[in-house]
Design a binder for this molecule. Structure first.
Ligand SMILES: [Zn+2]
Ligand SMILES: [Zn+2]
Length: 322
């Protein structure tokens, strides 16, 4: 399924099976989850160069490999958003390959997993833990791994707010509860289904994002791409608390009084992920165990899945099965 023009629906195209270059593996895609970023790829992000195959939460099976790769055919691998980094810039040298000046991203600068086959640099792929189905493993690769990075950036506070209770939040909530924290979930006004879903997933409280939680929060993570949630979340966290913006795109943040930031509150973004984040998260996930709530779609139903996500009509994560 190909983005041929910015803002247009994806188009089903027949293409030859790609050939892996040196260091790459050819994967038969078994599942690819739909991420909110895939909505932004079709309009709100710059530097998208159509034609592009979106999709960066790929579970695939190795078919063949290019020179320099010794991974057996049949091995199940996950392909995340970070597709490559330079390994030499000051960010890479500091262990911040997520900030690499010339990093390339799957389903953004590299054709991704809305396809039957894809190629990936094997050094950025991950073995998928046994016991996880293809469809339920796929959302762990971005929603889960970037959610995990966001949770680490939020600090160890006990009372955690999650703004936007979709694919990422429902995975992060499971880790937070496993770690003995309390989860407070915020959704769009009147989104009873998401609020109910949050409570089913163990949230102590759920409500609309303009409501005050029953307690002051230690930290909050914002997954919904709405700038007005930033002052709302700052208002909900205690002095010294942290607000993490976990998405790649957000509408403009309205101005707000300095008093909301005062008291050593911290506001930060999380950009992309490192291989270490994904490896740590995939190691932790089976111990929790993290269970993704998924709704599967055929590959040629990708536009329908994206529409459902755009309109907030999904509970959990959408996954394409070629
Ligand atoms: Zn993503
Ligand atoms: Zn670099």
């Amino acid at each position: 399924m190909v983005l041929t023009r910015t803002g247009a629906p994806l188009e089903l195209e027949e293409r030859p099976v790609p050939v892996p270059s040196d260091g790459e593996v050819l994967l038969r895609v078994r599942a690819c989850a739909v991420c909110r970023t895939d909505l932004h790829v079709d309009g709100e992000l710059e530097s998208v160069r159509p034609p592009l195959v979106p999709g960066h939460e790929i579970v695939g099976e190795v078919v063949s490999a290019g020179a320099g790769v010794s991974i057996a055919a049949g091995t199940r691998l996950g392909v995340p958003w970070l597709g490559s980094s330079c390994g030499r810039c000051e960010f890479c040298a500091r262990g911040q390959e997520n900030l690499c000046d010339t990093a390339r991203f799957t389903g953004y600068q590299i054709d991704g997993g809305y396809a039957e086959y894809t190629v990936a640099d094997h050094r950025y792929c991950f073995p998928i833990p046994e016991g996880l189905g293809d469809a339920e493993a796929a959302p762990l690769l971005c929603a889960g791994a970037i959610g995990y990075r966001s949770l680490r950036m939020a600090g160890a506070g006990r009372r955690l707010g999650l703004y936007g209770f979709g694919a990422a939040a429902h995975l992060v909530a499971q880790i937070a509860l496993f770690e003995g924290r309390e989860v407070y979930a915020f959704t769009r006004e009147g989104d009873r289904a998401a609020q109910e879903f949050a409570r089913v997933m163990g949230a102590r409280w759920s409500g609309s994002s303009d409501e005050s939680p029953p307690v002051e929060l230690d930290a909050a993570i914002i997954f919904a791409p709405a700038g007005p949630l930033v002052p709302a979340a700052l208002r909900a966290v205690r002095k010294g608390g942290t607000v993490v913006c976990g998405g790649i795109h957000m509408s403009d943040i309205p101005s707000f009084p300095y008093s909301l930031l005062w008291g050593e509150r911290v506001l930060r973004s999380v950009a992309n992920l490192t291989r270490r984040d994904a490896a740590e998260f995939l190691q932790l996930a089976p111990r929790v165990p993290v269970r993704a709530r998924v709704e599967t779609f055929r590959l040629d139903e990708a536009n329908a899945a994206l529409d459902r996500l755009r309109h907030g009509d999904l509970t959990g994560a959408a996954v394409l099965i070629p």
